[in-house]
Design a binder for this molecule. Structure first.
Ligand code: NDP
Length: 342
């Protein structure tokens, strides 16, 4: 089978490409430039006969994926802007590409890829969050939750990029479910909703100066000049998952029959940065002098923070979540390797 994976150069998509190749599929990846295609090709050179790359440089354009989908049997749509810094225009940079990219891939599959039976879409916990509730004491987040922020609020001048990002993900996912309801295509969809995704960074385009948002979050923890306890960041966000589990979830959501028509909250649990730095200092002693100490052993998640229910992903997709310590340590190791320090 040939599987189309959009945004094949990304942090998460690289793991997904790898897992599908390992599982024996042929993968056709979309990227935005020939330079990126070359890097991705080189990084999977051992799978050369199974991997091809096509360039889709603007997925917001109608018909953008018409050629890319031809002859494929399955689609994994991960491409979407994930940035909260350097956003000049919420609509142009975040909302439109996320929403239009999703509608365009589904339209192309509907009109040009009759053999496709399932499309798996990378959504986000951002599509579930009710930002107005903050840490929402007592709430249990699950697939039943939806972020209800209206488009106009996120598109408004001066609206924070984080709000626009989360709204873009929610509206893109809504657009996907609406598409299926309205058009009743031959294929079904499944959506994957991860919170902050950490873990090994293995993408061919990784660049320490321009890391994807969640890897940058970990790199910051191993880049301190001082070890003052004040340097341990305050949590702005509480939930995490390992990139390897997110990738497995995409593969299983594609393969498992009962996953069709379902949303999956892919979440290992809640974290604190104190627990992250404790794990880093203990497990990678050679970087102790660049990781803040804080107050070791005090990193319990406050009881005022919402909790999560991830049972559906375990039951239907068979996910066995990585432990927090392994996720953060493997993430840091990969970044230190990129830096040349390990
Ligand atoms: P990356 O930034 O590493 O990957 C994003 C991918 O999408 C890249 O391949 C990028 O291409 C592509 N992309 C971005 N904007 C566009 C655009 N306008 N048109 C076409 N392609 C585009 O981030 P992640 O791997 O973290 O994100 C992948 C997916 O996972 C996204 O859908 C994101 O919303 C979702 N997600 C990520 C989380 C995380 O913590 N990392 C959490 C929850 C969801 P290029 O390489 O050319 O820039």
């Amino acid at each position: 089978q040939v599987i189309l994976i959009t945004g094949a150069s990304g942090f998460i998509a690289t793991h997904i490409v790898r897992d599908f190749l390992h599982a024996g599929y042929h993968v056709r990846g979309t990227v935005r430039s020939s330079a990126t295609a070359e890097l991705v090709r080189q990084s999977f050179s051992q799978f050369a006969p199974q991997l091809s790359l096509v360039i889709v440089n603007d997925m917001s354009k109608p018909g953008a994926f018409d050629e890319a989908v031809q002859g494929v049997q399955g689609v994994i749509h991960t491409a979407s802007p994930f940035q909260v810094f350097n956003v000049e225009d919420n609509e142009r940079d975040l909302l439109r590409p996320a929403i239009d990219g999703t509608i365009n891939i589904l339209t192309s599959v509907f009109t040009h890829a009759p053999e496709v039976k399932r499309v798996v879409i990378t959504s986000s916990f951002a599509a579930m969050l009710d930002i107005s509730k903050g840490s929402w004491p007592g709430h249990v987040y699950s697939e039943a939750d939806w972020n209800m922020t209206p488009y106009e609020v996120a598109a408004a001048k001066g609206a924070p990029a984080g709000l626009a990002y989360s709204t873009a993900k929610a509206l893109a996912e809504h657009a996907a479910w609406d598409f299926v309801k309205t058009n009743k295509p031959n294929f079904d969809i499944a959506t994957i909703m991860p919170p902050m995704v950490y873990g090994p960074n293995i993408n061919a385009t990784a660049n320490l100066a321009k890391l994807n948002t969640s890897s940058a979050d970990i790199y910051r923890l191993v880049s301190y000049q001082t070890k003052s306890s004040d340097d341990v960041p305050q949590n702005m966000f509480w939930s995490f998952v390992d990139v390897r589990d997110v990738s497995t979830a995409h593969l299983r959501a594609y393969e498992v029959l009962e996953a069709g028509g379902e949303r999956f909250f892919l979440c290992a649990g809640n974290f604190t940065y104190q627990r992250f730095v404790d794990a880093l200092r203990e497990r990678i002693p050679e970087i102790q002098d660049r990781v803040p100490i804080g107050n070791p052993g005090t990193g319990t998640v406050p009881s005022s923070v919402y909790t999560i229910n991830n049972t559906k992903s375990q039951k239907i997709l068979g996910i066995q979540y990585h432990k927090l310590e392994d996720t953060v340590v493997d993430a840091a190791r990969s970044l230190l390797k990129l830096e040349g320090s390990l």
